[in-house]
Design a protein around this ligand. Sequence first.
Ligand code: 17E
Ligand code: FE2
Length: 416
Amino acid sequence: MSDKTYNLILRQGQLVTGERVDIAIEEEKIVAIAPEISTSAATEIPLNGKLVSSPFVESHIHLDSALTAGDPRWNQSGTLFEGIEIWRERKLYLSLNDVKKRAIETLKQQAAQGVLFVRTHVDVSESTLTALQALLEVREEVKNWITLQVVAFPQDGIYSKPENEKLLKKALKMGADAVGGIPHYEFTREDGVRSVERIFELAEKYNKLIDIHCDEIDDEQSRFLEVIAAGAIRSGMGARVTASHTTAFGSYNNAYAYKLMGLLERAQINFIANPLINITLQGRTDTYPKRRGITRVKELWQRGLNVSLGHDCIQDPWYSLGTGNMLDVAYMAVHVCQMTGMTEINACYDMITDNGARTLQLENYGIEVGKQANLIVLDAESRYEAIRRRATVLYVISQGKLLVETEAPVTKWNRE
Ligand code: 17E
Ligand code: FE2
């Protein structure tokens, strides 16, 4: 036996495949994965069959508005539109410190629960671009423990005010990673189409990813997803493009949905559903029956298209709850999307891990020798148990270092 020792070994963890392994970590990297590693390590953590997984990926959140619920007022109608109105008032008194403080507090809540990769939308239809500047600074300040991607998101639309297009462009030059948009909120159908076309032009010019809030409405006539798919095919941008929300897809007639699916298969774009938020925001103009207001997650997944899940909001004008726990998101998806079969439940877990990594185009993701050591250990033996019990994340290892430890709750039973 050599006298070499590793920094850290996780002993007898269970991978999502069911294999039991030891995982050795040296510096930042995973250096060995085997049923049994005979070398010792400075720190050894016995896992006794607990699930070892790649970290959670939060593929869609708004960190600029996080933790503002009730300020300046609560959303009484519960609609997307009232949320946008409230945020329009709140963003008048943003400061760099205010945004950074809330964003970092939220990122800590997320990382403590196993999220190590985050894509945030940041409103850039605000003349000072304070929120964007703040999130760009936060991206740099946290990069040693969590990876942040920033989407320049024109919440009020690109064409609702003359300066909005310039602000979007400026945001890309300042260093946002992706271009966003909101075609269903532009004044007209034509403005919506034009906004999507402009987003593709800007993404190509500045070499950015695309992630568009698309058809987040119950209107079955809201059909911007086809415009995005066509743009992805024509530009060749394919998997660099993401359509978020697409809730109107849940209301399209089946003949149109069938045609659209074919186009989406050609386009190979990514989809993000936000089940916690859209089950509450949508359906507000329905009486009964009341629609679920969620995109066709199961059908997209069955066609082999890449779907991930986002939390979207934590305590903001659109959603007053949320703790940053991605297992809550997957749990809601199982219900709202009726993904109740065992392979479907496992797929929902993949939607908050591997599929999110694919959407974010992360290269260094996954439990493999040679990759950066980013992994989490859950108080569960399988993906199914993790979702069912929304299991505690016991250990979070980020870039080779133990970032967070949390003890599972213990119940004391005091009667026979
Ligand atoms: N803005 C928007 O347009 N849609 C949302 N779901 C949120 C913000 C949270
Ligand atoms: Fe969103």
